[in-house]
Each structure stands twice: as structure tokens, then as C-alpha cells.
Design a protein around this ligand. Structure first.
Ligand SMILES: [Zn+2]
Length: 284
């Protein structure tokens, strides 16, 4: 708990609090994704590859620009921690914080996964979400968040004193290092805050702390993305399982996840162009 305020409220406190909030990043001027184009393309998909991510491990997958990929729940409720990289330049990767600033705390169909500076372009667009019925629950929780980071052994050790080696952070960098040959110490710095796929989270109404509750995901549910650029994805099947109790341990029931790479029929992406990086340049 935070200590009580040490300063008395000023006479005009109510007035100061009553000013209207404004949206930090109004999205009216944000180039909107051409959803009819994506929906047309996704109506004729053929599967090219399926990958299974074992429980408490991570795997790397490649998605060519112009293809789709799905993350599926297959055997039981399971949360996944997703990193995305530009396949040709791992320094360009998913930027959870700016994605949150643009699209809000939880993502669904039509939202995009933006890359870091100095690139700032959509790496992927969400094209289908079988959990879009969930909305926000009575606790203020929702699914697919960009407010958490990724479970990691440093915070776990800080809070518990224990060392746990299969946190998503560790799984992600081990898998990425093994697949790319980039040494683990450099890869660890490239691993970034994730999209928490299927995870149900929010902030408590009393203390405003980050909470999780058991994911509503069930086998057959999936989150589908369109790859705007050539992507390397890394997905960890979180040791927290459905994240209904605890993560960073082997206590939860954990299940594998599946990634499907899907290719649209030729000619169905008429008018789509892979986005270019930001054209902003520093004056110096
Ligand atoms: Zn995790």
C-alpha cells in the first residue's frame, strides 16, 4: 500500500480534478488498416506450416510479409507471450508501450502492433479474435494485454528470493538465440515487452495494481495476425498456464500452444503495400 498523502488538498482541488481528460494520442489521423482487403484475403487461406510450442518453452517462427499467422489454444487454457521482430533487422521489434498509447490497454481485431523508434510502423495487424466477445469484465479485466511486461527471473528473484529458469523472458531469448545464432547475451537485450496473448488482466480498482485472472481461452480459440513486414515471431507458452494463480513456477497446469502460418490466395491483397519506416528525420 502506498502511504497516505502528506499534503493537504488545496481549496480548488475539486475544480482541478474536474477538468476533462483528453485522449493523449487521438487516432483519427492514424492511417487505418484496410480491413476489407484483409478480410477478403483471409477468406481464402491455405496453411503452409504449423508449429507447436511446448508448455513452459518458446519457439521461433517466420512469417513472410503478406501472410497471416494464428496463435491457437489447443489442449487447455494457456497464455502466450509474443515477441515480434523485423526478420531482416532484429533491432526493429514490437513496441508494447506505444501500441498501448495508440490502441489502449488490450488489443483486438483492427489493432496493430507497432515497432520501436526510429521505425514506428505496423509490424502486424490483428485480423480475427475469437475472444472478442469477452470485452471488459466486472473487475475491469480484458484479454490480450499490452500493459504487462513478460514474466522474468529478475523480478521473481527480487520478490521471492528464488531462482526460476523458465520464465517467458528466459524462454524467449533462449529460443531466439538458438534459432538465429546470435549470442544469448545480445539476444537478451533484444527481447522486449510482449503482447500477452489470451491473458486476462487489468488494474485493481482500489490500489490500481496490475492483476491477472484465469484466462477465458479454450481449445479452438485463436488470435490471428496479418504480417505487414517479413517477421520473426517468438512465442512462449507461459509457465503460469491460464495465469489464474501464479506464474514463474512449475505449479500451474500448462499446455502447449500452436502457431499456424497461412497464405492468402494470389490476387486477394490488391492494393496492400508493406508499410515503410517512419519518414521523420532529426534535424541534426
Ligand atoms: Zn510468462
Amino acid at each position: 500500500m502506498k502511504p497516505a498523502a502528506q499534503n493537504p488538498a488545496p481549496a480548488d482541488a475539486a475544480e482541478r480534478r474536474a477538468v476533462k481528460p483528453v485522449i493523449c494520442y487521438p487516432t483519427e489521423t492514424l492511417p487505418s488498416p484496410d480491413m476489407p482487403c484483409y478480410l477478403n484475403a483471409r477468406s481464402q487461406l491455405s496453411g503452409t506450416e504449423t508449429l507447436r510450442i511446448p508448455a513452459r518453452e518458446a519457439r521461433v517462427f517466420q512469417v513472410p510479409a503478406g501472410s497471416f499467422f494464428r496463435i491457437l489454444s489447443v489442449e487447455g487454457p494457456q497464455v502466450g507471450d509474443l515477441n515480434l521482430f523485423n526478420r531482416h533487422n532484429p533491432e526493429e521489434h514490437f513496441y508494447s508501450g506505444k501500441t498501448r498509447a495508440l490502441h489502449g490497454t488490450h488489443l483486438s481485431t483492427g489493432d496493430r502492433l507497432w515497432s520501436n523508434f526510429p521505425y514506428l510502423r505496423p509490424l502486424a495487424t490483428i485480423t480475427h479474435d475469437t475472444l472478442d466477445w469477452y470485452g471488459f469484465d466486472q473487475d475491469g479485466g480484458s484479454v490480450h494485454d499490452v500493459i504487462g511486461t513478460r514474466c522474468d527471473p529478475y523480478t521473481h528473484q527480487l520478490l521471492s528470493g528464488d531462482a526460476y529458469h523458465n520464465c517467458c523472458h528466459s524462454n524467449l531469448y533462449r529460443a531466439f538465440s538458438a534459432a538465429t545464432g546470435i549470442e544469448a547475451s545480445r539476444v537478451e537485450r533484444l527481447v522486449h515487452d510482449v503482447l500477452n496473448v489470451f491473458m486476462c488482466t487489468g488494474f485493481t480498482q482500489d490500489t490500481h495494481q496490475y492483476f491477472m485472472k484465469a484466462s477465458p481461452v479454450r481449445p479452438g480459440d485463436y488470435l490471428e495476425f496479418f504480417a505487414e513486414v517479413d517477421l520473426t515471431g517468438v512465442l512462449s507458452a507461459c509457465p503460469g498456464g491460464d495465469c489464474g494463480n501464479e506464474h514463474s513456477s512449475d505449479k500451474a497446469d500448462c499446455y502447449p500452444l500452436e502457431v499456424q502460418i497461412l497464405t492468402p490466395a494470389p490476387g486477394t491483397l490488391e492494393g496492400w503495400q508493406s508499410p515503410t519506416p517512419s519518414n521523420y528525420h532529426h534535424p541534426d
